[in-house]
Design a protein around this ligand. Sequence first.
Ligand SMILES: Cc1cc2nc3c(=O)[nH]c(=O)nc-3n(C[C@H](O)[C@H](O)[C@H](O)COP(=O)(O)OP(=O)(O)OC[C@H]3O[C@@H](n4cnc5c(N)ncnc54)[C@H](O)[C@@H]3O)c2cc1C
Ligand SMILES: *[C@@H]1O[C@H](CO)[C@@H](O)[C@H](O)[C@H]1NC(C)=O
Ligand SMILES: *[C@@H]1O[C@H](CO)[C@@H](O)[C@H](O)[C@H]1NC(C)=O
Ligand SMILES: *[C@@H]1O[C@H](CO)[C@@H](O)[C@H](O)[C@H]1NC(C)=O
Ligand SMILES: *[C@@H]1O[C@H](CO)[C@@H](O)[C@H](O)[C@H]1NC(C)=O
Ligand SMILES: *[C@@H]1O[C@H](CO)[C@@H](O)[C@H](O)[C@H]1NC(C)=O
Ligand SMILES: *[C@@H]1O[C@H](CO)[C@@H](O)[C@H](O)[C@H]1NC(C)=O
Ligand SMILES: *[C@@H]1O[C@H](CO)[C@@H](O)[C@H](O)[C@H]1NC(C)=O
Length: 569
Amino acid sequence: MFRFVASSRRSIGCVGTKRPSWRYRSNSSAAGRDDGRSLRQSKGALVALSLVAGISLGLYIAPTLKPDKQVFPLPSITPLGQLDPPRYGNDDDLIKCIKEIQTVVGESSVKNSAVEIDHHTDNGFNPSKPLHHQKPKYVVYPESTEDVSHIMKVVNKYSIPVVPYSGGTSLEGHTYSTRPGIIVNTSKMNKILQVNVDDLDAVVQAGVGWQQLNEHLLKTQGMETLMLGCDCGPGAHICGMIGTNASGIGATRYGSMASNVISIKAVLADGTVVKTKHRPRKSSAGYNLTGLLVGSEGTLAIVTEVIVKLQVKPAYETVAVVQFPSVNDCTKSMASFFRSGIPLNAVELLDSDMMRCINYSDLVSKRYENKSTLFIKIGGLNKVIVEEYVKEIKNISRANNCTTFEFAKTAEAAEELFSARKNALYMMLDYAYNEISPDAKMWITDCAVPLSRLASTLEQLNEMMKEYPMQHMVLGHGDANLHYDIFYTPDQYEMCKEAVDRMARLTIANEGTCSGEHGIGAGKRALLEVELGKDTISMMRKLKLALDPKRLLNPDKVFKTDPADESDE
Ligand SMILES: Cc1cc2nc3c(=O)[nH]c(=O)nc-3n(C[C@H](O)[C@H](O)[C@H](O)COP(=O)(O)OP(=O)(O)OC[C@H]3O[C@@H](n4cnc5c(N)ncnc54)[C@H](O)[C@@H]3O)c2cc1C
Ligand SMILES: *[C@@H]1O[C@H](CO)[C@@H](O)[C@H](O)[C@H]1NC(C)=O
Ligand SMILES: *[C@@H]1O[C@H](CO)[C@@H](O)[C@H](O)[C@H]1NC(C)=O
Ligand SMILES: *[C@@H]1O[C@H](CO)[C@@H](O)[C@H](O)[C@H]1NC(C)=O
Ligand SMILES: *[C@@H]1O[C@H](CO)[C@@H](O)[C@H](O)[C@H]1NC(C)=O
Ligand SMILES: *[C@@H]1O[C@H](CO)[C@@H](O)[C@H](O)[C@H]1NC(C)=O
Ligand SMILES: *[C@@H]1O[C@H](CO)[C@@H](O)[C@H](O)[C@H]1NC(C)=O
Ligand SMILES: *[C@@H]1O[C@H](CO)[C@@H](O)[C@H](O)[C@H]1NC(C)=O
């Protein structure tokens, strides 16, 4: 649990019971000094070693450098225990900070009504809830990179924690503020600045929505065939998608956000504005800072402008719905599809429970068999080419025991068939409300395994879930990304949490990851450590502290940045 200082100074920082024995120094002049226990130990080992070596060689080389000039290797990683708790500004600092921000962005761009604060604390989907005191104090709405830079300079001066926020659709508690600081909602930065048709790219402000961009392209002459290859939650924005390295249905064909970003303009914790690359798709110019920011969940910088790749929509596209007796048959087929080299635009796996839910809903007129199902999008230059692909897909499906194969004959039929997949979320919510309980909730999980292990992992997960009195449904993307959606009533929250945790650990044991596309946020920090180990996390922490030494940007997310933070224990 976080415990906030209740002293007269009323610091925003929190304290723990444990005093770290090792102080973090952001001051780089600390380099070269013996700064820590582990260092002292290695120094001791080094001295012992050289003593042994020296004696055995019959010569003892006395150190010629004074102790404070001796250079010992400084650590490449930053373990949590080597940090002091962060020192954030107090209430007075926050008020001064806000006053200065108001002079930059205008008073109307700073809000602190209860409604505003609540909206930025819970999007209704996040099972990972903030503790009652984990609320921001202000929401700030910048409109330009310059605004953001000014804000960060002021924020840095007063050491106020900041959470970058955009569409607010992320699912692991990414955007609530663990500290009484500021939310920077970048949604007003929503201008499409350039579309370079010949280069297949677009320059956009960070708060442009993926749907907004696609609609703009669709209704602009000469751009109708272009789109962003990445789709995710309705309402998500480009910067949020960079934040979580979002994927979605299009990822099977066009990759996740990481493969659809060319360059990023961002503001660092001290207000410095950087641009990671120029506009060419191809570049070996320096470190891959674009890659560093993708998936960083607002912990390293505030993204303000992005150059994204555009993809060309297939001139002709159809949809096939294929049902199989088992999930194993489904995944075997998926593997064969990919190996056949057919460029599938989407492959979505829905288990029989999910199909039952679709059957139940009145959002689609079709009735499906009680079987595991693949929804496939096949595109190409024209109908003839696509029909060749369809034949091959049919062939592969038959070889894998498919029971029904239905493919759309018209664009409208394709739209109707795929809508069953598109509306799955609403169908699940509808089903839960009517069939489980009006206050039933859905825990959307997210994990991924190598495709060849998908079927057996699912089998193990299903076996495990038999221990719990909770219903679930499975949705998977073609990139072997699984969403295991569990329904729970409020009294089953802890039980569901336990099931989700075990599930992630089981996935990791199957060479998988605890997050295929939703990210870590506040909800999966402990699991990230299980997956990657302490040292890898400590390397991330080292990078974080190098760029954000005061720990201002989305603190406490992805991994712990405060040794006094006991919230996962
Ligand atoms: C119905 C539904 C369906 C979904 N389907 C998918 C799916 O298919 N695939 C998928 O990948 N995800 C999916 N998601 C999850 C969600 O849409 C993605 O995680 C998305 O990337 C979040 O974008 P956002 O703009 O809403 O970001 P937010 O939720 O606002 O923020 C996400 C992260 O980015 C950071 N951030 C926000 N703005 C900035 C900025 N300007 N600079 C730096 N960091 C910033 C935040 O601090 C946070 O850590 C779904 C969610 C819902 C509700
Ligand atoms: C974030 O800002 C946008 C633009 O002003 C606004 O539409 C949106 O509602 C804000 N988000 C929340 C959660 O209030
Ligand atoms: C983004 O996601 C893709 C696909 O899941 C993955 O291969 C890539 O490593 C991720 N990149 C980053 C920077 O997280
Ligand atoms: C750098 O990272 C981006 C985003 O993850 C990726 O698209 C690009 O391919 C990477 N470039 C190199 C040279 O690795
Ligand atoms: C859907 O409904 C049909 C008939 O209404 C039934 O035959 C079929 O088994 C149902 N499918 C599922 C998955 O429940
Ligand atoms: C669907 O099939 C499963 C076995 O594959 C069975 O347990 C379940 O009861 C069936 N559901 C319906 C609605 O027929
Ligand atoms: C279907 O598969 C069989 C072998 O299983 C092969 O002989 C045949 O050519 C395939 N047909 C198509 C259209 O690919
Ligand atoms: C198809 O079904 C047969 C039994 O009917 C089974 O032996 C075979 O393994 C199945 N094929 C696949 C790919 O699952």
